[in-house]
Structure formats: structure tokens, C-alpha cells
Design a binder for this molecule. Structure first.
Ligand SMILES: Nc1ncnc2c1ncn2[C@@H]1O[C@H](COP(=O)(O)OP(=O)(O)OP(=O)(O)O)[C@@H](O)[C@H]1O
Ligand SMILES: [Mg+2]
Length: 390
């Protein structure tokens, strides 16, 4: 199937544009063109969102509701947010648009012997910018199967442009609601046995001669949302030698339950918790991937990666996201944390907000990551800083 104004395949040979694909979608297209191992997928463009919203006829009403809001009145913001989201999710998707989305999904499934589960990931247009990170404000849904689930969750991603966290952020930063749009990534799920993030600098002090890797078992959502304490490894960027490492607790992992058609949280047994989740070769491969992304973008990168249990060693590392590292690369050097580890170092830099709009497994909350979730664990500080919104 060809790409068109509503759906663009990562490998469709189209020119990636932030305003139509959003930050995440554009970077996945760019990384695919650069020959990086990105799981296949397509982007439902901002044109689709715009068409849906226009047909729903609720744009003016939403603006009116948002215009009167006081950022200090969080309860009211939450009420308005819930109302807008429910309204969006109740509106039908125009037939032509729906047909294009379904055709793209079928074309993606057609690349495999049997249908595969997908991730449906929000890709906001203002996200992943070096000076205004909106990271983690909108929803992502993991391990979805079937056209119905996929189309429903695309609409939920659209609605997540109006999470209370996103509304508050825009209010506090005087970002107008007019002209807001949203793209959505539909991508083959990686059957992640180990996953995490990597930064092409040391976040403790901004040192660009280092690479930092956070790694844990299962699907990486538990790492980015701060629900597990991952292994934290600091490497030399040139030699890829390990400079320091701290084993995290890694108490749980998010893994597929094939019969239940969803991801489930499972306790990690003691033996695996006690050792590093990546072996030496895997560690070097993740570091090399982060370096490649940095080289391509010519600035420090923050990547999300996963090792696929279904692929052979040496060919199982996949890139799920790359974005400019915005928190530390723009700041002067900060004092090093007293205790080691990325989480500790990040904690030492101060800021703290509840994590992300929320990543959810198969439409069921994966636990602790929905908007406004309290629980100020060290992990959630890690996550909020990873996703720091200025
Ligand atoms: N296709 C996929 N296969 C396996 N895991 C995935 C896939 N897509 C996303 N994930 C996991 O879910 C995590 C969160 O997804 P995503 O990047 O969409 O949202 P986020 O990191 O919470 O927010 P954002 O990236 O918008 O700031 C990823 O870091 C990754 O671990
Ligand atoms: Mg992400």
C-alpha cells in the first residue's frame, strides 16, 4: 500500500516532516531511512487528526472550555480534561479516513506470516523539540491485536492531547490550543526480553564523552515510567569500555500473555535480578546504536531500545525512539550525585513531576503510569526527568 496524506509508512520513501508526523513519527521515518533497525510501522498523520476533529465539530467548544481555565484549579482542569476526552472518543471517524487507516493496518499485517501485535503511540508535533520537550504527556498503548483495537486506540491517542497534564503544561507555558495537532504511530511490537533507554552523555554532569544505559527485563515501559529500578551502566563513548555500573533491583517485568492477548506484569526471579540484564556484547550493541543516532542527528540523543526474544542474538536489537537529549545537554555541569547510578544522579538535579500521560498495556493500565499517578518513588523521578517538560 502506498503512503497518502493520512497514513505514511516508515519505509514509504516520504520526506519526514515534524508537522505531519510529530516528533516520534518523524524520527522513526528518519531512522528507518538511515538504515537503523526500526520495527516496521506507519504514522497516522496530523491531517487525519485535523480531519477527524473538523468532522466531529467540537474544536470551538474545546477552545472555549480551555480558555476559561485557571492553572491553579487542578480539579477543574481534570474535570474539563475528562469531558473533552470522553467527547472525542464518542465521535465517529470519517469513513474515508477510517478506510485508509484500516488498509494501512492490513498492509502492515500483510508483511508477516500471521498477524502481529502492535503498539499505538502518540506522536505530538510539539514533542521532541530541543527547547520544548512535551515528552510523555500523551498516551501509548502496547500489544494491541486486531483492527478494532487499533482504530479505537488511535482515537484515544488523539484524545490524549487533552490529558490534564498536557492542558496544564500548555496553560503554564502560555502555549495556545489553536492549531494543536497530533500524529499517531502504529508499529509492530517488539517481544522485548530486555529493554530500556540510553543517553549519549552522562546525565550526572553533562559529560558528552560517556554513554549511559538503563536496562531492565521485559517491555521497556516499566523503565521509562520508573516502575522498576533498572541496571545503570556508564560507558566510554570512544572505547565502549564500562566505566561504572550499578545493578538495579529489576523486580518485575512486563511480558506478553499470549492467551490473554495482553501484557502482564510478572515478578523477576532472584537469579536474573542479581545479574546485569545485558551481556557484554548486547551492552556494546546498545551503546553503538546510541552513538549512531547521535552521529546522525549531530547532537546528544536519548534513545529507547529493545532486544527481541524472537530474533537471533546479534540481530535482535531494535530502535524504538530517538530524540534530542534536552535536560542535561542544555544545562551547565551539575554536581555529581553522592551515590552512584543514573537514577540517583537524576534525583540530585532536583525537579520532579508525576510521570507521563501514560503508557498502557493492551488498553489496561500497566500500573502507576496514568496521569497524575502519585507515588513518588525514585523511579518516578527518573522517569519525570527523562521526560522532563522544561
Ligand atoms: N513497538 C514497540 N515494541 C516494544 N515496546 C515498545 C514499542 N513501542 C513502545 N514500546 C515501549 O513503550 C515505551 C513507551 O512508549 P512511547 O515511547 O510511545 O511513550 P513514552 O516514552 O511514555 O512517551 P514519549 O516517548 O511520547 O515521551 C517505550 O520506551 C518502549 O519501551
Ligand atoms: Mg518514548
Amino acid at each position: 500500500m502506498e503512503s497518502n496524506q493520512y497514513v505514511q509508512f516508515f519505509d514509504g520513501g516520504i520526506e519526514p516532516k515534524l508537522e505531519t508526523l510529530g516528533g516520534k513519527g518523524a524520527s522513526l521515518v528518519i531512522m528507518t531511512s538511515a538504515g537503523m533497525p526500526v520495527p516496521p510501522g506507519f504514522v497516522v498523520t496530523t491531517a487525519a487528526f485535523d480531519e477527524f476533529m473538523a468532522a466531529a465539530g467540537i474544536i470551538q467548544e474545546i477552545h472555549d472550555l480551555l480558555d476559561g481555565l485557571d492553572p491553579e484549579d487542578v480539579a477543574q482542569v481534570e474535570k474539563v480534561s475528562a469531558g473533552i476526552r470522553a467527547d472525542i472518543c464518542s465521535k465517529p471517524v470519517p469513513e474515508g479516513l477510517r478506510a485508509q487507516t484500516l488498509a494501512a493496518y492490513e498492509a502492515l499485517m500483510g508483511r508477516f506470516d500471521t498477524p502481529v501485535p502492535v503498539a499505538v503511540r502518540s506522536s505530538a508535533t510539539a514533542e521532541d523539540l530541543p527547547d520544548a520537550s512535551f515528552a510523555g504527556q500523551q498516551d501509548t498503548y502496547l500489544w494491541l491485536e486486531g483492527a478494532k483495537a487499533v482504530t479505537e486506540h488511535i482515537r484515544q491517542c488523539w484524545a490524549s492531547l487533552f490529558t490534564s497534564r498536557a492542558i496544564l503544561y500548555r496553560l503554564k507555558n502560555s502555549i495556545p490550543n489553536e492549531g494543536l495537532s497530533m500524529a499517531v504511530v502504529v508499529q509492530k511490537m517488539v517481544n522485548s526480553k530486555v529493554s530500556g533507554v540510553a543517553m549519549t552523555l552522562d546525565p550526572a554532569n553533562g559529560d558528552r564523552s560517556k554513554i549511559t544505559i538503563d536496562s531492565s527485563y521485559g517491555v521497556g515501559e516499566m523503565v521509562v515510567s520508573g516502575q522498576v529500578t533498572p541496571d545503570n551502566i556508564l560507558l566510554d563513548k570512544v572505547t565502549l569500555a564500562v566505566v561504572s555500573e550499578h545493578l538495579g533491583d529489576k523486580h518485575a517485568e512486563l511480558v506478553p500473555d499470549r492467551s490473554a492477548h495482553t501484557l502482564v506484569e510478572r515478578e523477576v526471579e532472584e537469579e536474573r535480578r542479581a545479574r546485569r540484564s545485558l551481556n557484554d556484547a548486547e551492552l556494546a550493541a546498545v551503546a553503538a546504536m546510541a552513538k549512531r543516532a547521535e552521529k546522525h542527528y549531530k547532537c546528544p540523543q536519548d534513545i529507547e531500545w529493545a532486544l527481541d526474544a524472537d530474533l537471533p542474538d546479534g540481530e535482535n536489537l531494535l530502535l524504538l525512539q530517538s530524540r534530542p537529549e534536552t535536560v542535561h545537554s542544555s544545562k551547565p555541569a551539575a554536581p555529581k550525585a553522592a551515590t552512584g547510578g543514573w537514577a540517583a544522579a537524576l534525583g540530585a538535579t532536583g525537579a520532579g513531576q508525576a510521570p507521563a500521560g501514560g503508557t498502557q498495556a493492551g488498553g489496561t493500565p500497566a500500573g502507576g503510569t496514568s496521569a497524575g499517578a502519585g507515588g513518588f518513588s525514585l523511579g518516578s523521578i527518573t522517569a519525570s526527568l527523562l521526560k522532563a517538560s522544561i
